[in-house]
Design a protein around this ligand. Structure first.
Ligand code: PHE
Length: 357
C-alpha cells in the first residue's frame, strides 16, 4: 500500500490540539482525573501529554501483539500515512516507550479511527492512558499468579476510585474482555441513567509487551485506557461528540478550569434535514470509506448516517443510507443541503465506483 487514506479533514483535526486549551471540557476532565491519581498515589505517576499522534505500525500494533491480520489494522479502520506509519488508534501505542523510562505513567492524546457517523462517533477522539509496573523483587510473591492478583486488585481499586471521582456513587461491574496486549483483559461498566455503559478497557500487561518495552521478566504490571469524550459527555451533559470540536463561543465560554465540571446548557437545537442516497454496491466496498466521504463533503454538518435499507437482486446488492444534516450553530437552507447531497452523490460515484439507483 502506497497511498495514504488520510483526508484533508483529518489533517485539520490533527492540528486542533484540543487538550492544549486548559478551559476545554476534555482538559478539565483530565485535570480532575490526574489530580485524583496524584492525590491517591502521591509521587508515583509521571504524566506526559505531548506525544505526536503519528506513530509506527510497530508501536501501534506489533509491540502490542496485535496480529498481522487483525481487523483493526485494515486501512478501512486505520489511517495510514504510509505502509509503516499510522495515526495512532489508541494511546497504548506509547506504553512501551513510556515503560522504558518510567514505572508508572499517565498520558493523554488524540487518537484516530475510521468509523461510522452518529452522536458518539467521530474519527478523532481522546484517550487517557495509564500504566504501572512493579519489580517482583520488591515483593515476596511465591508464585506468578500472586503478582497477577496483586496487579488486578490494584487496577480495580484505582479505576473504581477514578470512576467514582468522576461519576459519583454509581453501580459498577467488571467484565472480561480480550485485548492482545494484556492478560487478563477487563472492561468496567457503570450504571448511568438506567443503562450500563462501558467506560474503560484495562488489564495486566502481557509479559511479551513488557519485554518489548525492554523490561526484564522480573516486572509485572497493569494498564488501562479511557475514552475521554465518553466520560465527558456524561459528566458535562454534552449531547453530541461534534461539540468538542466546536469553535462556537456559546459552547466554549461555558467551561473554565477554575469552575471545574459544570453542566452544559444546550443552545437551541436547529432543525434536522435528511436526504437518502441509494446505490448498487460495487464488489469492493467498505462502509467506512463511504462515511469518510460523507464527512469530506458535509463536515460537521452531518449528525448521523444510518443504513435504512438493504436488498439483493441476483448477484447485486443495494444499500440506502440516510444522511442526517444539522448544524449546531445555525439554520441550514434547503439549497445548501441539496448542494451537499449533490456533491456527495457525484463524489461517491467517482471515488467509490458505486452505481446510483
Ligand atoms: N487501547 C485499548 C483501546 O483503545 C484500551 C486498553 C488500554 C485496554 C490498556 C487494555 C489496556 O480500546
Amino acid at each position: 500500500m502506497s497511498i495514504s487514506n488520510i483526508t484533508p479533514k483529518i489533517i485539520e483535526l490533527t492540528k486542533r490540539k484540543l487538550l492544549s486549551n486548559p478551559n476545554h471540557p476534555l482538559s478539565i476532565l483530565r485535570s480532575k482525573m490526574y489530580s485524583f491519581v496524584h492525590k491517591t498515589y502521591p509521587g508515583v505517576f509521571i504524566t506526559k501529554d505531548d506525544y505526536d499522534p503519528v506513530v509506527g505500525v510497530r508501536e501501534n500494533f506489533d509491540n502490542l501483539l496485535i496480529a498481522p491480520d487483525h481487523p483493526s489494522r485494515r486501512p478501512s479502520d486505520t489511517y495510514y500515512i504510509d505502509e509503516n506509519t499510522v495515526l495512532r488508534t489508541h494511546t497504548t501505542a506509547h506504553d512501551c516507550e513510556m515503560l522504558k523510562n518510567h514505572n508508572a505513567f499517565l498520558m493523554t492524546g488524540d487518537v484516530y479511527r475510521r468509523d461510522e457517523i452518529d452522536s458518539t462517533h467521530y474519527p478523532a477522539f481522546h484517550q487517557l492512558e495509564g500504566g504501572r509496573v512493579w519489580n517482583k523483587s520488591e515483593f515476596s510473591f511465591a508464585a506468578q499468579e500472586k503478582a497477577h492478583d496483586f496487579a488486578l486488585t490494584e487496577l480495580k481499586g484505582m479505576l473504581e476510585g477514578l470512576a467514582r471521582e468522576c461519576f459519583g456513587d454509581v453501580e459498577m461491574r467488571w467484565y472480561d474482555n480480550y485485548f492482545p496486549f494484556v492478560d487478563p483483559g477487563l472492561e468496567l461498566e457503570i450504571r448511568w441513567k438506567d443503562n450500563w455503559m462501558e467506560v474503560l478497557g484495562c488489564g495486566v500487561y502481557h509479559p511479551q509487551v513488557l519485554r518489548n518495552a525492554g523490561k526484564s521478566d522480573d516486572f509485572f504490571g497493569l494498564a488501562f485506557g479511557i475514552g475521554l469524550e465518553r466520560w465527558a459527555m456524561k459528566v458535562f451533559d454534552i449531547p453530541d461528540i461534534r461539540l468538542f470540536w466546536s469553535e462556537d463561543q456559546r459552547f466554549l465560554s461555558q467551561f473554565s478550569a477554575t469552575k471545574g465540571i459544570t453542566k452544559f446548557k444546550s443552545f437551541s437545537k436547529f432543525p434536522l434535514c435528511y436526504k437518502d442516497i441509494s446505490f448498487w454496491v460495487p464488489e469492493k466496498f467498505e462502509e467506512n470509506d463511504f462515511f469518510e466521504l460523507v464527512r469530506e463533503v458535509g463536515g460537521d454538518l452531518v449528525e448521523r448516517v444510518e443504513k435504512t435499507d438493504k436488498f439483493s437482486k441476483g448477484d447485486k446488492t443495494s444499500y440506502c443510507f440516510r444522511v442526517n444534516y444539522r448544524s449546531m450553530e445555525r439554520n441550514l437552507t434547503n439549497e445548501e443541503i441539496d448542494e451537499l447531497q449533490f456533491r456527495l452523490r457525484e463524489k461517491a460515484v467517482a471515488d467509490l465506483k458505486i452505481t446510483l439507483r
